[in-house]
Design a protein around this ligand. Structure first.
Ligand SMILES: O=C(O)c1ccccc1N[C@@H]1O[C@H](COP(=O)(O)O)[C@@H](O)[C@H]1O
Length: 218
């Protein structure tokens, strides 16, 4: 399933500062992502994310990102942060991902020997997923690397929304949206000055480029 003809959703991920959350809201992004993956330089504690949530404007979603975290860790984040969407980057199965009573996106690794599954196989493996997120890391590797993958390898036959991620920047997101027509785009490194420290100018340019691509839609 591709996007609506009107608007590509935007998620800014890996925010660690309340000021960045405020600016993301002002720029009109649809969602901000808080990272709880163990090895990430952007990792937050549940109570830090809960505090940052206060900086969020109405109608902007919070997404909580995990990578093979324990059930107890995910539960604690859900309890404290109240995300509207979970994003799983590890080997979690459908039963695990759906077990928290919150909609989820399953990240599919497209780097290295990453997924060759088509849309039908993905739906079979993750029947409860609200959508899929295609990222450039290899299986077992952490994301947020700033690397792209070959967009021509996106699986055919997807019947759920998909989010494009991996190495998106203000300089390539226009082309990425035009080429792949995703439901949404997700960016972390491409709008950063350093891991977890977002750059206001890059954030603004990223949003402008997505909107430019939407205006140029065929
Ligand atoms: O951001 C992280 O540190 C991270 C850690 C573990 C799994 C995923 C992670 N980030 C996600 O990776 C993609 C692409 O990021 P980038 O734009 O290439 O830096 C995105 O979904 C991030 O949320």
């Amino acid at each position: 399933m591709n996007r609506t003809p009107f608007r590509t959703r935007i998620k800014f991920c890996g925010l660690t500062r309340a000021g960045d959350v405020r600016l993301a809201s002002e720029l009109g992004v649809d969602a901000v992502g808080f990272v709880f993956a163990e090895k990430s330089p952007r990792r937050l504690k549940a109570e830090e994310a809960r505090a940052m949530r206060q900086a969020l404007a109405p109608l902007v979603d919070v997404v909580a990102l995990f990578m093979d975290n324990s059930q107890d860790e995910v539960r604690e984040v859900v309890r404290q942060v109240r995300p509207s969407l979970l994003q799983f980057h590890g080997d979690e199965d459908d039963a695990f991902c759906r077990g928290f009573g919150v909609q989820y996106l399953k990240a599919v690794p497209m780097g290295g020997n990453g997924s060759r599954e088509d849309g039908i196989a993905l739906h079979r493996r993750y029947p409860s997923a609200a959508g899929f997120l295609f990222d450039s890391h290899g299986g077992g590797e952490s994301g947020g690397s700033g690397r792209t993958f070959d967009w021509g390898r996106l699986p055919a036959g997807l019947q759920k929304p998909f989010v494009l991620a991996g190495g998106l920047t203000p300089d390539n997101v226009f082309q990425a949206v035009r080429d792949t027509m995703p439901w949404g785009v997700d960016v972390s490194s491409g709008i950063e000055a350093a891991p977890g420290v977002k750059d206001g100018d890059r954030m603004r340019r990223f949003v402008e480029e997505v909107r430019r691509a939407d205006c140029n839609a065929d």
